[in-house]
Each structure stands twice: as structure tokens, then as C-alpha cells.
Ligand binder design. Structure first.
Ligand SMILES: C[S@@+](CC[C@H](N)C(=O)[O-])C[C@H]1O[C@@H](n2cnc3c(N)ncnc32)[C@H](O)[C@@H]1O
Length: 388
């Protein structure tokens, strides 16, 4: 049996998610601002959950219909064969995105949708699952915009950015899925050294290590929405995991260097890396960003050595004045110490990108929540190549 599978992502990430999905061998049927659709089997949902680095959720479509009122929506949801999907002794929660004229309270739509599900199951099986707000068991997602309704099982449950390795949140960490998209958007191409001064909780270095060693991003996760539906085949999941484990490269031929001047932060980054299984692949050092060792660079066929930095953005005016100096110093560091590398700066403070004092070869737009960010690329050619 096949259905529409919608892989969702944060704003601006869809093109990278599309590439990932195509690389896994699927044909994209639709691209949305924050999601990619394919047609596939439930088994494909397991694969996608395991391998996608930039997706937030993998949604399995149960039905699509039109509804103007809550009663109409209730009736259509009650027609779905939930008894084939939700364990009768299980637990279900309904989450939604509702923007339709007759509903001004999303909670009401969720409640009617949940009622339709449990009423159906009581009718068919004379028993009903528990229900509530927890999203760590069966999760149903109701999308209802104008009269268009789509009902999905959220096969991820909790977002895929929760990889299971973040032991410490850090001060202003990049979301794992965003860090992966940023890395995919560069010309590094998983072929070359990755130098990450100001690494904070280590997200960029850890995600780079996972890519370089071909480690599936969700291998450390123990719970997914798909585990809480009737068709879930534990043996099949074990096989997919074993295949992914067998595909891991024992080490990476490239250097990954993560530095930060805050010892406590760096210890936390190391612990996160240990939890992700890549501590050995990353050279962690406590130092000012200007002291970061830069390995000697060489021509990479289809890739590049890169230095990537995510400095603070400065939320208050005073901070920004101080940061101007830091950004100017980053420019000097790129120019003087990173020759032969591609330099990347990721920031949510667009005016500060001008202070770098280098000509950008590319500016890529990203969003973190409601903040417009830029990944700015600098080609740091010229001069003699440096070795450490
Ligand atoms: C925005 S955070 C980086 C967040 C990181 N991308 C993550 O995902 O956790 C910026 C980091 O730069 C570090 N930092 C600030 N000034 C520095 C300097 N002069 N040298 C080295 N690290 C610095 C801070 O300690 C902080 O951890």
C-alpha cells in the first residue's frame, strides 16, 4: 500500500531536504515552502526517519477531504480505519495546523478530531485508546486550511532535530536540522576539513562528523511515532538500523576542529559529541578563535576545506558595538590564517556581515524561528598556503 508522505522542514530548508530525499532514491511529487512530498510505503517512512538530516517530521497521509465545519471534519475523520493503525490499548494525541473560518480555537478542532478517532475505534472494537497531550506515542496531525483537510500519522512523533545526542543545550545552539542544512548548502560537499571556531555546543562539528562518517542521524534515537502504530514491524526496523550501522565509515580522512574560548562550553560540546559517537573524530580545543589551528589545505575534487563560524548576533545595542570588533577580527582571521579555505559565516545579524571586510562570493538565506539569517561565503584564495 502506498500513500502520500510529507516530509516537513523549517522555512528555507526545503531545497536541501529535496536533495536529500532524491539522493535516497525517491521521486519528489510536490515541493512546499516547508515540506517535500513523495509517494511511498509505510516502510519508506522508517527509512526517511532514519536517514533525513534536514527534515523535522515524516508524515504519513491517512486521508484528504474538504470540510467547512467541525461536524464535517468529524464525520470524515470517523470514516478512516483507525482500528488498523492505532493500538487499542495505546495512547493517541492530536496536533494540528488549523486556519479555517469556522474554527477560532485550534484546541476545539483537535478535540473533535480525537473524538472522531476514539468513537470510530469504540464502534469497531468496543474499546478505545487513551488520549492526551503527550507526543511520545501515536501522534495524529490534522492540517486544515480553508476547506482543505488532510489527516496524517506523524511517524516521527518528536521532531527529528532531536537526534538524541544533545546532552547540553548550550547558550544559543543551532538546531541540528538547521546545522545539517547549512553544511549541505556549502561547497564543502562532505569532502574536506571542517574547522569550526566559536563552536559552542558543537552542533556544526558533530553534524559534519556524522556526515563524514556516513552515520544516519537518527541512529541514537530510541522513540519514533511509527513505533506506536499497528503496522510497525520491529524486525524491519532492526534490519534498517543494522544496514545503517554497517554503512558507517570507521573514521574520517579529514580533520574536524572545534574550538571555543569557554572551557565549560567546550566540555559540553565534547560530551554531546561523545553521545553522538563522534568524539574521536573531532579535535576539541579551548582557545580564542584566532588561535584555532588550521590544517594544511589541498585541492579537493568536488569539495573544499572550510572554516565555518557562528558568532553571537548581539541582541542589545551595546553588544553590537562590541561585536563589530569581533566580526572585523573574524575577517582578519579568515584573510590571514585561512588561505586556501572556503570561509563561511552564519549569523542572524545582517549588518554585521558587512564589517568582515571581505568580498562575499555567496549569501544564502536561512531562518531560525522568525529571525532572518545569512550564511555568507568567502573564497579565501591567494597568498601562500599555510600548514599547522
Ligand atoms: C552563537 S554561539 C555558537 C553556537 C553553536 N553554533 C552551537 O550550535 O552551539 C557563539 C560561541 O562563540 C564563543 N566565543 C565568543 N567569542 C569568542 C572568541 N573570541 N574566541 C572563541 N570563542 C568565542 C562563545 O563562547 C559561544 O560559545
Amino acid at each position: 500500500m502506498t500513500s502520500t508522505i510529507l516530509c516537513t522542514c523549517a522555512r528555507s530548508i526545503a531545497p536541501y531536504l529535496r536533495t536529500e530525499i532524491e539522493q535516497l532514491g525517491y521521486t519528489v511529487t510536490k515541493e512546499h515552502a516547508s515540506g517535500i512530498e513523495i509517494i511511498g510505503t509505510f516502510d519508506d517512512c522508517l527509512r526517511l526517519n532514519l536517514h533525513l538530516r534536514t527534515a523535522l517530521r515524516v508524515l504519513w497521509r491517512m486521508d484528504a477531504f474538504t470540510a467547512d465545519t467541525a461536524d464535517q471534519m468529524y464525520r470524515s475523520v470517523r470514516n478512516i480505519a483507525w482500528e488498523d493503525w492505532i493500538p487499542v490499548d495505546g495512547y493517541v494525541s492530536v496536533v494540528s495546523s488549523v486556519q479555517t473560518p469556522t474554527i477560532d480555537n485550534t484546541m476545539y478542532a483537535n478535540m473533535r478530531c480525537k473524538d472522531a478517532i476514539v468513537d470510530r475505534m469504540r464502534m469497531k472494537l468496543h474499546q478505545r485508546p487513551d488520549s492526551g497531550p503527550r507526543t511520545d506515542r501515536t501522534v495524529v496531525f490534522l492540517y486544515w486550511h480553508n476547506e482543505q483537510c488532510m489527516v496524517y500519522i506523524d511517524t516521527s512523533g518528536q521532531p527529528l532535530s532531536e537526534r538524541g545526542y544533545r546532552k547540553h543545550p548550550g547558550k544559543a545552539p543551532l538546531r541540528e536540522t538547521l546545522a545539517a542544512a547549512v553544511l549541505i548548502s556549502t561547497r564543502w560537499n562532505v569532502k574536506g576539513h571542517v574547522v569550526n571556531p566559536m563552536c559552542g555546543s558543537g552542533t556544526l562539528g558533530i553534524e559534519a562528523a556524522l556526515m563524514l562518517r556516513n552515520i544516519a542521524p537518527a541512529l541514537k534515537r530510541e522513540n519514533f511515532g511509527f513505533m506506536h502504530v499497528v503496522p510497525f514491524d520491529r524486525a524491519r526496523w532492526d534490519t534498517l538500523r543494522s544496514e545503517a550501522l554497517a554503512a558507517i565509515a570507521p573514521h574520517t580522512e579529514y580533520s574536524i576542529i572545534c574550538t571555543d574560548h569557554d572551557r565549560r562550553v567546550l566540555d559540553q560540546a565534547r560530551e554531546n559529541a561523545r553521545a553522538a559517537g563522534v568524539e574521536e573524530d573531532i579535535d576539541f580545543r579551548v582557545c580564542d578563535f584566532r588561535e584555532t589551528p588550521i590544517p594544511s589545505t589541498e585541492e579537493r575534487d568536488g569539495g573544499a576545506d572550510m572554516v565555518i563560524m557562528n558568532p553571537e548576533y548581539g541582541l542589545r545595542l551595546g553588544d553590537v558595538e562590541e561585536l563589530k570588533l569581533t566580526y572585523a577580527e573574524i575577517g582578519n582571521f579568515f584573510k590571514q590564517q585561512c588561505q586556501g579555505y572556503l570561509g563561511y559565516l552564519f549569523t542572524g545579524n545582517l549588518p554585521l556581515t558587512k564589517v568582515i571586510g571581505l568580498r562575499a562570493s555567496k549569501r544564502i538565506v536561512f531562518w531560525t524561528a522568525d529571525l532572518e539569517c545569512r550564511l555568507v561565503e568567502f573564497e579565501l584564495y591567494g597568498g601562500s598556503r599555510r600548514s599547522d
